[in-house]
Design a protein. Structure first.
Length: 156
């Protein structure tokens, strides 16, 4: 089994609460750093990331031979700058603005209103010349969204 897949398996087996899950495992270009990104249905506390990290480290010490070479494993939650990778991550962001690129390569932004199965409803605003700005509710399948991200705003 490839090292990243093995680490992902260790992380998944270390998670005890079903509200938490592995989003992805990333390996640096030189292979010396493996990042395990965890999330939860309502976010994930740093304490849980630390606990999973300790369990993964213990499994590595016991089960991965020294011949693999030295590497570092870090376990954290995905930062606000990371794209949403799993449909399960969206629910906690209802009411927030999302940005993504659609299948035609058009950059989209709007308020995330609802999720139904694999379909996300996004309220987008548009303005025709000489008319007032209007809101339009559009539906996008998760698979049709490239690089979806939560838009961070510091406006009040």
């Amino acid at each position: 089994m490839e090292l990243s897949a093995q680490i992902q398996q260790y992380a998944e087996e270390s998670i005890e609460d079903p509200q938490y899950f592995v989003v992805e495992v990333l390996k640096s270009a030189n292979g010396k750093l493996i990042s395990v990104l965890l999330d939860g249905d309502e976010g994930i506390p740093i304490v849980e990331c630390s606990r999973v990290g300790r369990k993964v480290s213990a499994r590595i010490d016991e089960e991965i031979p020294d011949e693999v070479g030295a590497f570092t494993v870090e376990v954290s939650s995905p930062g606000v700058d990371r794209p949403l990778k799993m449909l399960r991550q969206f629910t906690k962001h209802i009411g927030r603005n999302l940005e993504f690129t659609d299948m035609e390569g058009v950059k989209r932004e709007g308020r995330f209103v609802e999720i139904e199965a694999d379909c996300l409803k996004i309220e987008e605003s548009f303005k025709e010349k000489g008319k007032k700005k209007q809101l339009l509710l559009n539906e996008y399948k998760f698979e049709q969204m490239n690089d979806p991200r939560v838009v961070v705003s510091f406006k009040r």
